[in-house]
Design a protein around this ligand. Structure first.
Ligand SMILES: [Ca+2]
Length: 341
């Protein structure tokens, strides 16, 4: 079996690594992923062919992800709005008209998306709209605070059914939690999970979601990984929640917001704050599948900081948390490929 992808990449920038990671598709849905070979060199605009099986399925579109944006080659200070991303297109959502391209704080390349939470503006979102029954999302963000932490910062959020379904990851001045609500049956789950976010540091989120199916069963899942800048950006699992996520079969999520919300006012023990500039870069979203490929820098997935290409490859099946690394030496340039489904 062969997976082939074309993308812009270089061996020394994360953006390009993530870019490379986004275009896998294939194959057997229920067997453990296995890579039998990698052909091609890691270089800008090269194609690399990954041979193997059990990579999972990537229904549409193939071979590209649903959305990918590095925010490069845009007018500095121009609005992102509903512009084309590098792959896919941004859409309308609350605060989507306030995000700008900026050279002030790129994670990779020379530009990123700037979310100015200031002057009373508390909703600034990159937005996508569709029916979400299963998706994978990967992005980086940076917080430049004016002073205090927000009482309520939501780096991402999902809505559905006229906002009567919500998933919100909230970070306060002294808490982190994940909420799953469906008001149609008064269902609310609150999980006290996640890591605090400090100013002046790039954070990397990898988020997996699938709705409960059948709707009223405990079969939904929300997983998040994030980096720990104090451990060299080692990625760790913030949570792995299994729960009922909706109250009826016709209830689905339909709006994804990245950025997204920064409360400026005081609440409880959290003081008011003067706002923040938040920067987002390297956004990858896939709708309908978790299958993708990652490049990393350690033969063990959980030890990888996904920072630079290296000389090992492993494959891990996400549904079985026990890592089953399969190392694959790629001489010369060094290539680490991780596939999950
Ligand atoms: Ca960029």
């Amino acid at each position: 079996m062969t997976t082939k992808f074309n993308t812009n990449l270089s061996t020394n920038s994360l953006i390009k690594i993530i870019g490379l990671s986004m275009a896998v598709y294939t194959l057997h849905a229920h067997s453990e992923p296995a890579i039998s070979g990698v052909n091609g060199s890691v270089a800008k605009d090269n194609s690399v062919t990954i041979s193997g099986n059990g990579f999972g399925q990537k229904p549409t579109p193939t071979p590209q992800p649903w959305l990918w944006d590095d925010f490069e080659d845009r007018p500095n200070g121009g609005y992102v709005g509903v512009n084309q991303a590098k792959i896919g297109q941004w859409q309308v959502g609350e605060g989507s008209n306030a995000v700008k391209y900026s050279t002030a704080k790129p994670h990779a390349g020379s530009m990123s998306a700037w979310h100015p939470f200031k002057n009373g503006i508390y909703n600034v979102s990159l937005s996508k709209n569709a029916t979400f029954s299963k998706f994978y999302m990967d992005y980086w963000f940076y917080v430049d605070r004016v002073d205090n932490n927000s009482r309520n910062f939501k780096p991402w959020r999902l809505y559905g059914k006229d906002d009567t379904i919500t998933y919100r990851y909230g970070l306060g001045c002294n808490y982190q939690n994940m909420n799953i609500d469906d008001t149609s049956c008064k269902m609310q789950h609150t999980y006290w999970v996640g890591k605090p976010v400090e100013g002046g540091v790039w954070y990397h989120y990898q988020v997996y979601f699938k709705e409960s199916n059948p709707a009223t069963t405990q079969t939904g899942r929300v997983i998040q990984y994030s980096n720990d800048p104090k451990q060299g950006d080692k990625m760790t699992k913030d949570w792995d929640i299994t729960a009922q996520t909706r109250c009826a079969a016709d209830r689905h999520l339909s709006q994804l917001r990245i950025g997204h919300y920064w409360g400026l006012d005081a609440a409880g023990s959290c003081a008011a704050n003067g706002g923040a500039d938040i920067y987002v870069d390297n956004v990858y979203i896939d709708n309908g599948t978790w299958a993708h490929i990652e490049l990393g820098n350690n033969a063990d997935y959980d030890s990888s900081t996904v920072r630079s290409p290296n000389t090992y490859c492993m494959v891990r099946q996400l549904n079985n948390h026990q890592s089953k690394p399969r190392q694959l030496q790629q001489g010369g340039s060094g290539l680490f490929i991780c596939c999950r489904r």
